[in-house]
Design a protein. Structure first.
Length: 186
């Protein structure tokens, strides 16, 4: 990992841990989870919000006022609103996406869940999703949440990432393996 990326990750983990612990102490993990989901959605939908947290053009005061207004409009909890204000005043809002990701991981661990990232060549049916969750839950021994994406370049099959493990049953991977073995023979 590059040095700036590891610095950002370290900053994000510290903020996430602090917010998580404060929310846990005040028994407000459910509201924290709702806030994380709301902020993630807002970042995906709003180019203006992404620009606000990333752009160095705005002054600290402008960013602090704007993020406070956003937090108030979204009715975020006091803990999350205060953290966003602190991050804005310290010019640390650029790590907000990593903070949200770290918070999701902490919340999932608290609930005994893990997330499996699943890429498929075409969208999975509800029955396929249910069977995949069942199989992964049995294998992992924890409740599994799926994060589904569609990648048509896979041709067929699935690529599943659970933690540090990856299972690649895609036709693309099988064709690549066949290509490599034919190079060795020939």
């Amino acid at each position: 990992m590059s040095e700036p990326a590891s610095i950002s990750t370290g900053i994000a983990k510290r903020y996430a841990t602090a917010v998580f612990e404060l929310s846990k102490e005040s028994k407000s993990l459910k509201s924290l989870e709702a806030d994380v989901d709301a902020l993630e959605g807002a970042l995906v939908e709003s180019a203006d919000l992404r620009n606000l947290i990333m752009s160095p053009v705005y002054s600290r005061e402008q960013v602090t006022q704007a993020i406070s207004a956003v937090a108030k409009k979204m009715k975020l909890s006091q803990t999350v609103s205060g953290t966003l204000g602190l991050m804005a005043s310290k010019r640390r809002l650029f790590v907000l996406p990593q903070v949200l990701s770290a918070l999701k991981d902490l919340l999932a661990a608290e609930k005994g869940e893990i997330t499996a990232e699943v890429a498929s060549a075409k969208p999975l049916t509800p029955a396929q999703e249910k069977e995949l969750v069942k199989t992964l839950t049995e294998r992992a021994g924890k409740k599994v949440k799926l994060k589904l994406t569609v990648d048509e370049t896979l041709i067929g099959g699935l690529v599943i990432k659970v933690g540090s493990q990856m299972i690649d049953t895609s036709i693309r991977a099988q064709l690549a393996a066949l290509k490599n073995s034919m190079k060795e023979v020939g």
